[in-house]
Design a binder for this molecule. Structure first.
Ligand code: NAP
Length: 244
């Protein structure tokens, strides 16, 4: 399924690595003018070297004011992918307050911050638009040592539904994509140890983790006009994990 995004401007957060990076590249391939926002300069430089049509912007999304300044300077955006997140794993009984703050700042507060600015632009231009928030199977299933991460993704699912409710009248659609494990830098933190990975694999009916391109396809579908009547959903890309 190839979708044409010619004439659209897209912003992808967390586009330095992993799912965000491949989403930015695929959107550019499909004709969108892409802005890739992320935290580590060298990852963005290598993305820009790989595809010079992609504009890059380096900011820590945990910094509310700096992020606001950067995103406000971008101008018109039609498609937004809130993809950046951190996974700070620790047992429930050892959770440190600084990790709660960091996780909610990046995984939830930054989505509100960036989306407010982009949605206000869409509303004032009366163009509508599409927002895809990258959640996780962890929003709906308990995973060992993932209390805070699960809580941020549960919050993101519900935030997205309220955004869909309030922004729908402005023709702005808001949806989540909820992947199972994907072996990116983040995926490796939780799942590279076979003692953890194997029990998880056994709970996935299709018997494997997701590939990055499978998540990217779901994101592009929800961004596209093929999903024009779809808003407020959480779309699992999980091989059936959440069905069981
Ligand atoms: P990843 O490989 O770790 O990439 C995350 C990207 O987000 C990186 O480019 C990172 O920047 C950026 N980022 C993190 N904190 C940031 C901050 N404070 N400010 C700006 N950028 C920041 O992760 P991924 O696996 O692609 O994950 C992408 C999304 O999928 C996340 O929302 C994640 O929760 C979700 N997800 C992942 C999995 C999985 O198993 N991988 C499963 C379900 C859901 P740097 O370049 O500095 O690292």
């Amino acid at each position: 399924m190839e979708t044409n995004f010619t004439g659209k401007r897209a912003l992808v957060t967390g586009a330095g690595q992993g799912i965000g990076r491949e989403t930015a590249k695929k959107l550019a391939e499909c004709g969108a003018k892409v802005v890739a926002l992320s935290r580590t300069r060298e990852h963005l430089d290598s993305l820009a070297a790989e595809n010079p049509s992609i504009d890059v912007i380096c900011v820590d999304l945990a910094d509310w004011e700096e992020t606001r300044k950067c995103v406000m300077s971008l101008g018109d955006v039609d498609l937004l992918v809130n993809n950046a997140a951190v996974a700070l794993l620790e047992p429930f009984l050892s959770i440190e307050p600084k990790n709660i703050d960091r996780s909610f700042d990046v995984n939830v507060k930054a989505v509100i911050n960036v989306s407010q600015i982009i949605a206000k632009g869409m509303i004032s231009r009366k163009t509508g638009g599409s927002i895809v928030n990258i959640s996780s199977q962890a929003s709906q299933a308990a995973l060992q040592d993932h209390s805070v991460y699960c809580a941020t993704k549960g919050a993101l699912d519900m935030l997205s539904k309220v955004m869909a409710l309030e922004l729908g009248p402005h023709k702005i659609r808001v949806n989540c994509v909820n992947p199972t494990v994907v072996m990116t830098a983040m995926g490796k933190i939780g799942w590279s140890n076979p003692e953890k990975a194997n029990p998880m694999l056994k709970k996935i009916p299709l018997g494997r983790f997701a590939e990055v391109h499978e998540v990217v396809d779901a994101i592009l579908f929800l961004l596209s006009d093929k999903a024009d009547m779809i808003t407020g959903i959480t779309l699992p890309v999980d091989g059936g994990f959440l069905a069981c």
